[in-house]
Design a protein. Sequence first.
Length: 330
Amino acid sequence: MRAASAPGKIILTGEHAVVHGVPATAMAVKRHIRALLLEDDSGVLRWKDPFSGQLISYTQVQLQQRSELLALRYASWQQGHLAINAILPTPADLLVYSVAQALQGTELPGGDLTWRSDLPIGAGMGSSAAFIASLIRLFSPKVLSAEALMHQVHFCERLQHGKGSYIDAATVSFGGCVEVQGKNLTPLASQVLGDDWYWIYTGSPLSSTGECVDRVRQQFSHSEIWQAFAAIAHQWQAATVTQRSALVRENHRLLCLLGVVPRAVQALIQQIERLGGAAKISGAGSIRGEAAGLVLAWLPEIDPSALNLPEPMYWGALEEEPQGAVSFRL
């Protein structure tokens, strides 16, 4: 029996800006996706899709054929023939592709694959990267360094995000805190955020990360707004808690200008600011609907329950996870 685990993440500074060459800082969080493989000699891999609940099974030939089809669909998107959210016919296809990439042509172990997750799906908490990282750790025939794992995760993620950044792949692979700029990764000392930092789940966005990134790229590729994001990134590491709260507020203003913060989430953040706190989305946000995935919030001496969050919103304390994706035998 084999198992693997990967943490989620939260972006502290630089969402969207990281795609445009600006440094971004992220932290792995103590919420995980765990995968367990109970092996047999059937030559068939079976699992229940974590997205739809559908029972899925693949032989090695089927897995390889599906992987090749998905690679062709990505090439079609690159040529402008497919929309970004049409590359993957189903969310489960990302997991299929990840297993195929992890095997690197070696034999597919048959058996039952099961999942356990306390990460909200599609919330900007890195659930896709965590799914991919746990699968690569579980099925790779060799032990990969954190850097090699990061590159494999990013390679698989491109089917979902198009021209996404390395921020999710780096954080779930290395754990702890990281700064990412382009393909360059810098592990950071613990952010020591304190007890007043929280995450708030506002619901799953109606638009995908890839759609949001594409829209922002089309409208702001040559904008000076990225210089303002860069100024926040350069100040973050040396800032005090009070200074960081001001940077979070400024980051929120810039994200609103990008058009990725729905009105309902803006209203929530206004409420937090009136109470003396600060907040911003942490992830791509959304260009449709009223949910935006994850929000990073600083609530000094404020009980988050005082926000009276409507369903499906909920919150948790922000805790750093120092370890990246790992595999082990049971």
